[in-house]
Design a protein around this ligand. Sequence first.
Ligand code: ADP
Length: 447
Amino acid sequence: MIGVILYGAGLGMLGLLMRSNWSALEREVETLAGTLHDSLKPLLPAEAKPSPQLAAVLPGLCLVGSPCQPAPSLIPRHAVSITDPERFYLRLLDPSGGLIAHSPGSPRAKAERPGPAWTVVAGPGGERFLQYSIHLHRSHTPADPGANALEMDWGYLQIGRSLSGLDAERQRLWWATQTIVVLALVVAGLASWWLSGLAMRPLLAAYRQQEQFTGDAAHELRAPLANLLAVVEAHRTKPPADAVARDQMLAAVQGQGQRLSRLISDLLLLARLDGPEAGAAMQSCSLTQIACDLLEETSEAASIAEVQLRLQSGDDDLNVLGVESELYRLVSNLLLNAIQYTPSGGEVLLSLRREGNLGLLQVQDSGMGITPADQQRIFDRFFRSDPGRSRRQGGTGLGLSIVAAIIRRHRGEIIVASKPGSGSVFTVKLPMATTPAPPSGSTACPH
Ligand code: ADP
Protein backbone atom coordinates (compact mmCIF):
# COMPACT_ATOMS: atom_id res chain seq x y z
CA MET A 1 0.00 0.00 0.00
CA ILE A 2 2.83 2.37 0.95
CA GLY A 3 4.49 1.50 -2.37
CA VAL A 4 1.36 2.32 -4.38
CA ILE A 5 0.84 5.61 -2.47
CA LEU A 6 4.49 6.62 -2.87
CA TYR A 7 4.51 5.70 -6.56
CA GLY A 8 1.28 7.61 -7.19
CA ALA A 9 2.57 10.66 -5.30
CA GLY A 10 5.90 10.51 -7.17
CA LEU A 11 4.20 10.34 -10.58
CA GLY A 12 1.82 13.15 -9.56
CA MET A 13 4.75 15.39 -8.58
CA LEU A 14 6.55 14.52 -11.81
CA GLY A 15 3.43 15.40 -13.83
CA LEU A 16 3.02 18.75 -12.02
CA LEU A 17 6.67 19.64 -12.52
CA MET A 18 6.57 18.80 -16.23
CA ARG A 19 3.30 20.72 -16.61
CA SER A 20 4.86 23.87 -15.12
CA ASN A 21 7.99 23.48 -17.29
CA TRP A 22 5.79 23.11 -20.37
CA SER A 23 3.83 26.27 -19.48
CA ALA A 24 7.08 28.20 -19.02
CA LEU A 25 8.22 27.00 -22.45
CA GLU A 26 4.94 28.04 -24.09
CA ARG A 27 5.20 31.50 -22.49
CA GLU A 28 8.78 31.85 -23.74
CA VAL A 29 7.85 30.89 -27.35
CA GLU A 30 4.75 33.12 -27.28
CA THR A 31 6.82 36.12 -26.14
CA LEU A 32 9.48 35.51 -28.78
CA ALA A 33 6.83 35.13 -31.51
CA GLY A 34 5.12 38.37 -30.46
CA THR A 35 8.39 40.32 -30.35
CA LEU A 36 9.51 38.97 -33.72
CA HIS A 37 6.15 39.68 -35.31
CA ASP A 38 6.22 43.29 -34.10
CA SER A 39 9.77 43.86 -35.29
CA LEU A 40 9.18 42.24 -38.73
CA LYS A 41 5.87 44.03 -39.41
CA PRO A 42 7.34 47.32 -40.78
CA LEU A 43 10.19 45.59 -42.61
CA LEU A 44 8.37 42.94 -44.62
CA PRO A 45 8.30 43.33 -48.44
CA ALA A 46 4.95 43.80 -50.12
CA GLU A 47 4.76 40.28 -51.57
CA ALA A 48 5.02 37.10 -49.55
CA LYS A 49 7.54 35.22 -51.75
CA PRO A 50 11.30 34.57 -51.72
CA SER A 51 13.03 37.81 -52.70
CA PRO A 52 16.30 39.70 -52.00
CA GLN A 53 14.32 42.18 -49.82
CA LEU A 54 13.13 39.32 -47.66
CA ALA A 55 16.68 37.93 -47.45
CA ALA A 56 17.83 41.36 -46.29
CA VAL A 57 15.15 41.46 -43.56
CA LEU A 58 16.05 38.03 -42.21
CA PRO A 59 19.68 37.35 -43.15
CA GLY A 60 19.92 34.08 -41.15
CA LEU A 61 17.07 32.36 -43.07
CA CYS A 62 17.28 30.25 -46.22
CA LEU A 63 14.96 31.28 -49.02
CA VAL A 64 13.08 28.54 -50.83
CA GLY A 65 14.66 27.85 -54.20
CA SER A 66 18.08 29.29 -53.19
CA PRO A 67 21.05 27.27 -51.90
CA CYS A 68 21.12 27.25 -48.11
CA GLN A 69 24.34 27.31 -46.14
CA PRO A 70 24.19 27.59 -42.37
CA ALA A 71 26.15 30.71 -41.36
CA PRO A 72 29.14 29.55 -39.32
CA SER A 73 29.36 31.30 -35.98
CA LEU A 74 32.73 31.65 -34.33
CA ILE A 75 31.37 33.41 -31.25
CA PRO A 76 29.94 30.98 -28.75
CA ARG A 77 26.36 31.78 -27.71
CA HIS A 78 25.81 32.57 -24.06
CA ALA A 79 22.32 34.01 -24.11
CA VAL A 80 18.98 32.57 -25.23
CA SER A 81 18.40 33.85 -28.74
CA ILE A 82 15.93 33.14 -31.51
CA THR A 83 18.89 32.79 -33.85
CA ASP A 84 20.31 29.88 -31.83
CA PRO A 85 19.86 27.01 -34.36
CA GLU A 86 20.22 24.35 -31.68
CA ARG A 87 17.20 25.57 -29.78
CA PHE A 88 14.98 27.39 -32.24
CA TYR A 89 13.94 27.39 -35.87
CA LEU A 90 11.91 29.94 -37.84
CA ARG A 91 9.71 29.41 -40.87
CA LEU A 92 7.85 31.96 -42.99
CA LEU A 93 4.83 30.80 -45.00
CA ASP A 94 2.73 32.61 -47.58
CA PRO A 95 -1.04 33.02 -46.94
CA SER A 96 -1.78 29.68 -48.67
CA GLY A 97 0.72 27.84 -46.46
CA GLY A 98 3.57 27.63 -48.99
CA LEU A 99 7.06 27.80 -47.49
CA ILE A 100 8.97 30.99 -48.35
CA ALA A 101 11.95 30.93 -45.97
CA HIS A 102 13.21 28.78 -43.10
CA SER A 103 16.08 28.39 -40.66
CA PRO A 104 18.84 26.06 -41.84
CA GLY A 105 18.05 23.43 -39.20
CA SER A 106 14.26 23.56 -39.65
CA PRO A 107 12.77 20.04 -39.32
CA ARG A 108 10.31 20.13 -42.23
CA ALA A 109 11.27 22.01 -45.33
CA LYS A 110 8.11 20.96 -47.21
CA ALA A 111 5.29 23.44 -47.81
CA GLU A 112 2.19 22.85 -45.71
CA ARG A 113 -0.87 24.59 -44.38
CA PRO A 114 -0.22 25.90 -40.89
CA GLY A 115 -2.09 23.67 -38.45
CA PRO A 116 -3.32 24.63 -35.01
CA ALA A 117 -1.38 27.30 -33.11
CA TRP A 118 0.54 24.74 -31.01
CA THR A 119 1.93 21.48 -32.40
CA VAL A 120 4.73 19.14 -31.51
CA VAL A 121 6.80 18.13 -34.52
CA ALA A 122 9.63 15.63 -34.84
CA GLY A 123 12.98 16.77 -36.25
CA PRO A 124 15.15 14.72 -38.61
CA GLY A 125 17.22 13.18 -35.77
CA GLY A 126 14.12 12.26 -33.75
CA GLU A 127 14.44 15.47 -31.73
CA ARG A 128 11.07 16.94 -30.77
CA PHE A 129 10.13 20.62 -31.25
CA LEU A 130 7.26 22.64 -29.86
CA GLN A 131 5.99 24.69 -32.79
CA TYR A 132 3.90 27.86 -32.55
CA SER A 133 2.22 29.37 -35.64
CA ILE A 134 0.87 32.92 -35.83
CA HIS A 135 -0.47 35.16 -38.57
CA LEU A 136 2.14 37.59 -39.85
CA HIS A 137 1.02 41.11 -40.74
CA ARG A 138 2.73 43.83 -42.65
CA SER A 139 2.44 47.56 -41.83
CA HIS A 140 1.52 49.54 -44.87
CA THR A 141 1.35 53.32 -44.90
CA PRO A 142 -0.81 54.69 -47.77
CA ALA A 143 0.69 57.32 -50.05
CA ASP A 144 -1.67 59.93 -48.66
CA PRO A 145 0.45 61.80 -46.06
CA GLY A 146 -1.02 61.82 -42.54
CA ALA A 147 -2.85 58.51 -43.07
CA ASN A 148 -2.49 55.87 -40.37
CA ALA A 149 -0.59 52.66 -41.05
CA LEU A 150 -2.79 49.72 -42.17
CA GLU A 151 -2.28 46.13 -41.07
CA MET A 152 -2.42 43.65 -43.94
CA ASP A 153 -2.28 39.86 -43.83
CA TRP A 154 1.09 38.80 -45.14
CA GLY A 155 1.50 35.09 -44.30
CA TYR A 156 2.49 32.94 -41.35
CA LEU A 157 5.36 32.84 -38.91
CA GLN A 158 6.27 29.55 -37.27
CA ILE A 159 8.66 29.29 -34.36
CA GLY A 160 9.94 25.89 -33.21
CA ARG A 161 11.49 25.41 -29.81
CA SER A 162 13.60 22.30 -29.20
CA LEU A 163 12.18 19.98 -26.50
CA SER A 164 15.45 18.07 -26.06
CA GLY A 165 16.22 19.83 -22.71
CA LEU A 166 12.71 19.20 -21.43
CA ASP A 167 12.75 15.56 -22.57
CA ALA A 168 16.13 15.01 -20.89
CA GLU A 169 14.78 16.64 -17.73
CA ARG A 170 11.68 14.40 -17.81
CA GLN A 171 13.88 11.33 -18.22
CA ARG A 172 16.10 12.42 -15.30
CA LEU A 173 13.10 13.12 -13.06
CA TRP A 174 11.48 9.81 -14.01
CA TRP A 175 14.57 7.85 -12.98
CA ALA A 176 14.92 9.96 -9.81
CA THR A 177 11.27 9.13 -8.93
CA GLN A 178 11.87 5.41 -9.49
CA THR A 179 15.02 5.45 -7.36
CA ILE A 180 13.41 7.46 -4.54
CA VAL A 181 10.32 5.21 -4.54
CA VAL A 182 12.44 2.04 -4.42
CA LEU A 183 14.63 3.47 -1.62
CA ALA A 184 11.57 4.71 0.30
CA LEU A 185 9.99 1.26 -0.10
CA VAL A 186 13.08 -0.44 1.29
CA VAL A 187 13.17 1.98 4.26
CA ALA A 188 9.39 1.62 4.80
CA GLY A 189 9.73 -2.17 4.62
CA LEU A 190 12.50 -2.22 7.23
CA ALA A 191 10.64 0.25 9.46
CA SER A 192 7.39 -1.76 9.23
CA TRP A 193 9.26 -4.98 10.03
CA TRP A 194 10.79 -3.34 13.11
CA LEU A 195 7.52 -1.67 14.20
CA SER A 196 5.46 -4.82 13.72
CA GLY A 197 8.04 -6.64 15.84
CA LEU A 198 7.52 -4.02 18.57
CA ALA A 199 3.73 -4.27 18.28
CA MET A 200 3.86 -8.07 18.34
CA ARG A 201 5.99 -8.24 21.49
CA PRO A 202 3.13 -8.01 24.04
CA LEU A 203 1.00 -10.34 21.90
CA LEU A 204 3.84 -12.81 21.72
CA ALA A 205 4.37 -12.59 25.48
CA ALA A 206 0.64 -13.21 26.06
CA TYR A 207 0.72 -16.11 23.61
CA ARG A 208 3.77 -17.68 25.33
CA GLN A 209 2.07 -17.20 28.72
CA GLN A 210 -1.05 -18.90 27.41
CA GLU A 211 1.05 -21.72 25.97
CA GLN A 212 2.88 -22.16 29.28
CA PHE A 213 -0.44 -22.13 31.14
CA THR A 214 -1.93 -24.80 28.88
CA GLY A 215 1.15 -26.99 29.34
CA ASP A 216 1.14 -26.50 33.13
CA ALA A 217 -2.60 -27.16 33.37
CA ALA A 218 -2.29 -30.39 31.36
CA HIS A 219 0.59 -31.48 33.58
CA GLU A 220 -1.32 -30.69 36.78
CA LEU A 221 -4.38 -32.57 35.55
CA ARG A 222 -2.40 -35.57 34.37
CA ALA A 223 -0.72 -36.30 37.73
CA PRO A 224 -3.86 -36.98 39.85
CA LEU A 225 -5.52 -38.72 36.91
CA ALA A 226 -2.53 -41.05 36.48
CA ASN A 227 -2.56 -41.79 40.24
CA LEU A 228 -6.26 -42.48 40.14
CA LEU A 229 -5.97 -44.82 37.14
CA ALA A 230 -3.02 -46.61 38.77
CA VAL A 231 -5.09 -47.30 41.90
CA VAL A 232 -8.03 -48.58 39.84
CA GLU A 233 -5.68 -50.74 37.73
CA ALA A 234 -4.12 -52.19 40.91
CA HIS A 235 -7.57 -52.98 42.23
CA ARG A 236 -8.50 -54.85 39.05
CA THR A 237 -5.30 -56.91 38.83
CA LYS A 238 -5.02 -57.65 42.55
CA PRO A 239 -8.25 -56.89 44.48
CA PRO A 240 -7.68 -55.85 48.13
CA ALA A 241 -7.65 -58.81 50.49
CA ASP A 242 -9.59 -57.23 53.35
CA ALA A 243 -11.93 -54.32 54.16
CA VAL A 244 -9.09 -52.13 55.53
CA ALA A 245 -7.08 -52.40 52.31
CA ARG A 246 -10.24 -51.69 50.30
CA ASP A 247 -10.98 -48.59 52.41
CA GLN A 248 -7.41 -47.37 51.92
CA MET A 249 -7.73 -47.82 48.18
CA LEU A 250 -11.07 -46.00 48.06
CA ALA A 251 -9.64 -43.18 50.18
CA ALA A 252 -6.76 -42.82 47.69
CA VAL A 253 -9.24 -42.69 44.78
CA GLN A 254 -11.33 -40.12 46.65
CA GLY A 255 -8.25 -38.00 47.46
CA GLN A 256 -7.11 -37.88 43.83
CA GLY A 257 -10.68 -37.21 42.69
CA GLN A 258 -10.97 -34.30 45.13
CA ARG A 259 -7.63 -32.92 43.96
CA LEU A 260 -8.84 -33.07 40.36
CA SER A 261 -12.13 -31.47 41.26
CA ARG A 262 -10.36 -28.63 43.15
CA LEU A 263 -8.04 -28.05 40.23
CA ILE A 264 -10.86 -27.97 37.70
CA SER A 265 -13.03 -25.62 39.77
CA ASP A 266 -10.01 -23.30 40.27
CA LEU A 267 -9.35 -23.31 36.52
CA LEU A 268 -13.01 -22.56 35.79
CA LEU A 269 -13.01 -19.73 38.33
CA LEU A 270 -9.88 -18.23 36.74
CA ALA A 271 -11.44 -18.46 33.27
CA ARG A 272 -14.56 -16.71 34.60
CA LEU A 273 -12.48 -14.00 36.31
CA ASP A 274 -10.52 -13.42 33.09
CA GLY A 275 -13.76 -13.05 31.11
CA PRO A 276 -15.87 -9.90 30.66
CA GLU A 277 -17.02 -8.24 33.90
CA ALA A 278 -20.53 -8.80 35.21
CA GLY A 279 -20.96 -5.22 36.43
CA ALA A 280 -24.37 -5.84 38.05
CA ALA A 281 -22.84 -8.16 40.68
CA MET A 282 -20.82 -5.35 42.34
CA GLN A 283 -22.36 -4.12 45.57
CA SER A 284 -21.44 -2.87 49.01
CA CYS A 285 -19.90 -5.76 51.02
CA SER A 286 -18.86 -5.76 54.67
CA LEU A 287 -15.18 -6.75 54.74
CA THR A 288 -15.45 -7.01 58.53
CA GLN A 289 -18.22 -9.59 58.27
CA ILE A 290 -16.32 -11.55 55.59
CA ALA A 291 -13.19 -11.58 57.79
CA CYS A 292 -15.21 -12.73 60.83
CA ASP A 293 -16.90 -15.54 58.90
CA LEU A 294 -13.64 -16.78 57.45
CA LEU A 295 -11.86 -16.59 60.78
CA GLU A 296 -14.46 -18.96 62.12
CA GLU A 297 -14.27 -21.24 59.07
CA THR A 298 -10.47 -21.51 59.12
CA SER A 299 -10.15 -21.84 62.88
CA GLU A 300 -10.25 -25.63 62.59
CA ALA A 301 -7.45 -25.71 60.01
CA ALA A 302 -5.47 -23.31 62.24
CA SER A 303 -5.90 -25.48 65.32
CA ILE A 304 -4.84 -28.60 63.33
CA ALA A 305 -1.73 -26.69 62.18
CA GLU A 306 -1.26 -25.40 65.76
CA VAL A 307 -1.28 -21.82 64.53
CA GLN A 308 -2.86 -19.04 66.54
CA LEU A 309 -5.39 -17.01 64.53
CA ARG A 310 -6.26 -13.43 65.54
CA LEU A 311 -8.38 -10.62 64.18
CA GLN A 312 -7.58 -6.96 64.69
CA SER A 313 -10.32 -4.65 63.53
CA GLY A 314 -11.67 -1.20 64.38
CA ASP A 315 -15.20 -0.87 65.70
CA ASP A 316 -16.58 0.45 62.43
CA ASP A 317 -17.88 -1.79 59.71
CA LEU A 318 -15.50 -1.67 56.73
CA ASN A 319 -17.65 -1.67 53.56
CA VAL A 320 -15.98 -2.13 50.18
CA LEU A 321 -17.43 -2.29 46.69
CA GLY A 322 -17.25 -5.79 45.25
CA VAL A 323 -18.68 -9.22 44.59
CA GLU A 324 -19.20 -10.91 47.93
CA SER A 325 -18.43 -14.48 46.83
CA GLU A 326 -15.18 -13.32 45.20
CA LEU A 327 -14.14 -11.33 48.29
CA TYR A 328 -14.78 -14.46 50.42
CA ARG A 329 -12.53 -16.42 48.09
CA LEU A 330 -9.81 -13.73 48.20
CA VAL A 331 -9.61 -13.56 52.01
CA SER A 332 -9.94 -17.34 52.38
CA ASN A 333 -7.01 -18.00 49.98
CA LEU A 334 -4.77 -15.55 51.85
CA LEU A 335 -5.75 -16.93 55.27
CA LEU A 336 -5.32 -20.58 54.26
CA ASN A 337 -1.91 -19.84 52.70
CA ALA A 338 -0.80 -18.04 55.86
CA ILE A 339 -1.87 -21.04 58.00
CA GLN A 340 -0.35 -23.51 55.53
CA TYR A 341 3.07 -21.81 55.33
CA THR A 342 3.39 -21.08 59.07
CA PRO A 343 4.99 -23.75 61.26
CA SER A 344 3.23 -24.95 64.41
CA GLY A 345 3.39 -22.51 67.28
CA GLY A 346 3.25 -19.57 64.85
CA GLU A 347 0.70 -16.81 64.59
CA VAL A 348 -1.54 -15.40 61.84
CA LEU A 349 -2.98 -11.92 62.30
CA LEU A 350 -5.82 -10.63 60.15
CA SER A 351 -6.26 -6.88 60.45
CA LEU A 352 -8.72 -4.45 58.91
CA ARG A 353 -8.60 -0.68 58.70
CA ARG A 354 -9.59 2.26 56.59
CA GLU A 355 -7.06 4.42 54.73
CA GLY A 356 -8.65 7.40 52.98
CA ASN A 357 -11.22 6.05 50.55
CA LEU A 358 -9.64 2.57 50.58
CA GLY A 359 -10.40 -0.42 52.73
CA LEU A 360 -7.21 -2.18 53.90
CA LEU A 361 -7.05 -5.89 54.74
CA GLN A 362 -3.78 -7.33 55.97
CA VAL A 363 -2.84 -10.99 56.50
CA GLN A 364 0.35 -11.29 58.50
CA ASP A 365 2.01 -14.56 59.43
CA SER A 366 5.14 -15.57 61.28
CA GLY A 367 5.87 -18.34 58.76
CA MET A 368 8.68 -19.35 56.43
CA GLY A 369 8.54 -16.14 54.37
CA ILE A 370 9.15 -15.73 50.62
CA THR A 371 12.47 -14.92 48.90
CA PRO A 372 12.58 -11.64 46.91
CA ALA A 373 12.93 -13.62 43.63
CA ASP A 374 9.82 -15.69 44.41
CA GLN A 375 7.85 -12.60 45.46
CA GLN A 376 7.91 -11.55 41.77
CA ARG A 377 6.42 -14.90 40.70
CA ILE A 378 3.99 -16.08 43.38
CA PHE A 379 1.03 -14.57 41.46
CA ASP A 380 1.93 -16.58 38.32
CA ARG A 381 -0.33 -19.53 37.62
CA PHE A 382 0.98 -22.83 39.00
CA PHE A 383 4.03 -21.20 40.57
CA ARG A 384 5.10 -22.79 43.85
CA SER A 385 8.26 -22.11 45.84
CA ASP A 386 8.20 -25.68 47.09
CA PRO A 387 6.05 -27.78 44.71
CA GLY A 388 6.28 -30.96 46.82
CA ARG A 389 5.08 -29.26 49.98
CA SER A 390 2.31 -27.36 48.20
CA ARG A 391 0.96 -30.56 46.56
CA ARG A 392 1.17 -32.55 49.81
CA GLN A 393 -0.93 -29.88 51.48
CA GLY A 394 -3.50 -29.96 48.67
CA GLY A 395 -2.48 -26.69 47.01
CA THR A 396 -3.27 -26.29 43.32
CA GLY A 397 -0.73 -23.52 42.73
CA LEU A 398 -3.58 -21.25 41.58
CA GLY A 399 -4.57 -19.66 44.91
CA LEU A 400 -2.64 -16.40 44.53
CA SER A 401 -3.44 -16.16 40.77
CA ILE A 402 -7.12 -16.22 41.75
CA VAL A 403 -6.44 -13.57 44.43
CA ALA A 404 -4.67 -11.36 41.83
CA ALA A 405 -7.50 -11.81 39.29
CA ILE A 406 -10.16 -10.91 41.90
CA ILE A 407 -8.23 -7.80 42.96
CA ARG A 408 -7.80 -6.78 39.32
CA ARG A 409 -11.56 -7.03 38.77
CA HIS A 410 -12.19 -4.97 41.89
CA ARG A 411 -9.67 -2.32 40.76
CA GLY A 412 -7.71 -2.88 43.95
CA GLU A 413 -4.09 -3.54 44.76
CA ILE A 414 -2.09 -6.21 46.59
CA ILE A 415 1.34 -5.68 48.13
CA VAL A 416 3.61 -8.41 49.49
CA ALA A 417 6.24 -7.76 52.12
CA SER A 418 8.20 -10.76 53.27
CA LYS A 419 11.53 -11.81 54.73
CA PRO A 420 12.55 -15.46 54.45
CA GLY A 421 12.39 -17.02 57.91
CA SER A 422 10.42 -14.20 59.57
CA GLY A 423 7.02 -14.32 57.90
CA SER A 424 5.02 -12.47 55.25
CA VAL A 425 2.48 -9.67 55.09
CA PHE A 426 -0.09 -9.54 52.28
CA THR A 427 -1.81 -6.12 52.14
CA VAL A 428 -4.95 -5.76 50.02
CA LYS A 429 -6.41 -2.33 49.18
CA LEU A 430 -9.96 -2.11 47.86
CA PRO A 431 -12.14 0.90 47.01
CA MET A 432 -14.64 1.72 49.79
CA ALA A 433 -18.37 1.55 49.10
CA THR A 434 -20.43 4.71 49.62
CA THR A 435 -23.49 2.84 50.93
CA PRO A 436 -23.61 0.41 53.89
CA ALA A 437 -23.65 -3.33 53.18
CA PRO A 438 -27.04 -5.09 53.44
CA PRO A 439 -27.44 -6.91 56.79
CA SER A 440 -26.39 -10.59 56.72
CA GLY A 441 -27.54 -13.43 58.93
CA SER A 442 -23.97 -14.24 60.01
CA THR A 443 -22.93 -14.61 63.62
CA ALA A 444 -21.18 -11.88 65.63
CA CYS A 445 -17.44 -11.61 65.18
CA PRO A 446 -15.20 -13.31 67.79
CA HIS A 447 -12.51 -10.60 68.35
P1 ADP B 1 -0.43 -23.02 46.52
O1 ADP B 1 -1.57 -23.85 46.12
O2 ADP B 1 0.88 -23.63 46.23
O3 ADP B 1 -0.54 -22.45 47.90
P2 ADP B 1 -0.65 -20.27 45.78
O4 ADP B 1 -0.86 -19.61 44.47
O5 ADP B 1 -1.64 -19.98 46.84
O6 ADP B 1 -0.49 -21.80 45.49
O7 ADP B 1 0.76 -19.81 46.31
C1 ADP B 1 1.86 -19.85 45.44
C2 ADP B 1 3.15 -20.01 46.22
O8 ADP B 1 3.39 -18.82 46.97
C3 ADP B 1 3.09 -21.09 47.22
O9 ADP B 1 3.44 -22.33 46.65
C4 ADP B 1 4.12 -20.65 48.25
O10 ADP B 1 5.39 -21.04 47.86
C5 ADP B 1 4.04 -19.15 48.20
N1 ADP B 1 3.23 -18.58 49.30
C6 ADP B 1 1.96 -18.16 49.27
N2 ADP B 1 1.56 -17.66 50.45
C7 ADP B 1 2.62 -17.77 51.29
C8 ADP B 1 2.86 -17.43 52.66
N3 ADP B 1 1.91 -16.86 53.44
N4 ADP B 1 4.09 -17.69 53.16
C9 ADP B 1 5.04 -18.24 52.41
N5 ADP B 1 4.88 -18.58 51.11
C10 ADP B 1 3.69 -18.35 50.55
